[in-house]
Write a protein that binds this ligand. Structure first.
Ligand code: COA
Length: 384
């Protein structure tokens, strides 16, 4: 079909239910509440794997043999540090912008230091993609330090991906539990079907633009409060409720007139989000070990929400407990969505590469509901 669709054709708002690509990368079972990467259930990956290995699995389709793992991990380690110009850019923006705006700008800026950025071969896109995965902890870490008014911490070569992200963000090495929680969070955020930011990455790569551009599009899309921005808002909402005793009254006023409670509900999961289940355990760990009062309020909100909306398939999603955990580890709320990026970058790159191998430029139609015309053009002096 050439041009826009005729009115009798069905409009699918938000492309809901439209199958726009094939994938072998990940699968979310919304009715059973299960999430698989390349056929491995996330629970088993969280228990037995680490983020570097999961990133390899998403990109190349199999768990790496030892040599493959070592090569991939050293590719990540060797490229972790940023060009000085990117550190200077982050310093010059300082606390003036939201960290997601700085992150989007930093990813785009990185492309300016890559002379081969535009060569659209799979090999080159993969090279750029792995470079972006490698550098994301340093970008997020530097943004958090500068946003908090602290000096930048460069990567520590003795630490792995997750521990380095923690170190560069906070300036201190994580203890083994913090390191495990950071790694778990990255794994749980690594991929999640054809969500809006992943779709953005695919649309951009489908034009044969470079991987920097695809990831910049994805970061921009993740920024929105209906997508990645929900974790920051969820924590602020729990903190503003402040006490379990306030929860009922506050929730009532939030949901009056059909208002939504952030951190609940999901387009795919109509049961408890499997990622939220795992993160809740860690939130509870911090509540016990660090006396985080917020957890008790969150549990009360969860109880009330499930009583009221559980039958309609509305349960806590990944964003409800993730912010609380990051907060307990010393991260500022504005950096929660960038932390999401540090995990999701592997899924974006893996899916963009997969799509490029069997590429077709995205170009849907729109249902035209405007004037059919032809209308007579009236010169400006005659328009009254
Ligand atoms: C995630 C989200 C966009 C999914 O939306 P969706 O599948 O398109 O579902 P809808 O927004 O169409 O909602 C369906 C119904 O459930 C209700 N609902 C959905 N999420 C709700 C929530 N968080 N709180 C209260 N009611 C909710 C809607 O009001 C709607 O009710 P109605 O049928 O009476 O109009 C939605 O649940 C939401 O906005 N959640 C809050 C933001 C959030 O946490 N985002 C992070 C997602 S990981």
């Amino acid at each position: 079909m050439n041009g826009e669709v005729e009115p009798e054709e069905k409009l699918r708002k938000g492309l809901e239910g439209v199958i726009a690509a094939e994938t072998k990368i990940g699968y979310a079972n919304g009715s059973d509440g299960k999430l698989f990467y390349r056929g491995y259930e996330i629970n088993s990956l969280v228990e037995q794997s680490n983020y570097e290995e999961v990133s390899y699995l998403l990109l190349y389709g199999h768990l790496p043999k030892r040599k493959e793992y070592e090569n991939y991990a050293s590719r990540l380690r060797e490229q972790m540090v940023l060009p000085d110009e990117v550190y200077s850019l982050i310093e010059s923006i300082g606390g003036k912008a939201h960290p997601m705006s700085t992150l989007r700008t930093a990813v785009s800026y990185l492309s300016c230091f890559d002379k081969e950025e535009s060569e659209a071969t799979i090999e080159n896109q993969e090279r750029i993609g792995v470079g972006l995965i490698a550098r994301m902890p340093a970008i997020v870490g530097a943004i958090h330090r500068i946003y908090s008014g602290k000096p930048i911490a460069k990567p520590n070569p003795d630490l792995g991906y997750a521990a380095n992200l923690f170190y560069m963000s906070t300036g201190t090495k994580p203890d083994p539990v913090e390191s495990k929680i950071m790694d778990t969070s990255l794994i749980l955020h690594a991929d999640h079907g054809m969500n809006a930011s992943t779709f953005s990455a695919l649309v951009t790569i489908s034009t044969m633009a470079d991987m920097y551009s695809a990831v910049t599009s994805a970061v921009a899309t993740l920024k929105g409060p209906l997508h990645g921005g929900a974790n920051e808002r969820a924590l602020k909402m729990i903190q503003s409720i402040g006490h379990p005793g306030n929860a009922e009254k506050e929730l009532k006023s939030m949901t009056e007139g059909g208002g939504k409670v952030v951190g609940f509900g999901h387009r795919v999961y109509k049961v408890y989000d499997p990622r939220a289940k795992i993160l809740k355990r860690y939130a509870e760990y911090f509540a016990e070990s660090r006396g985080n009062e917020t957890f008790r309020t969150a549990e009360k909100i969860e109880e009330l929400m499930i009583n009221k909306y559980g039958e309609r398939g509305i349960f806590p999603n990944v964003d409800f407990y993730s912010g609380m955990i990051y907060d307990s580890m010393g991260f500022k709320a504005e950096i929660f969505t960038p932390l999401f990026v540090a995990g999701r970058i592997s899924g974006w790159v893996a899916r963009a590469l997969e799509y490029s191998r069997d590429n077709r430029i995205f170009r849907p139609n729109a249902l035209y509901t405007g004037e059919k015309g032809p209308r007579k053009y009236i010169p400006i002096q005659d328009r009254d």
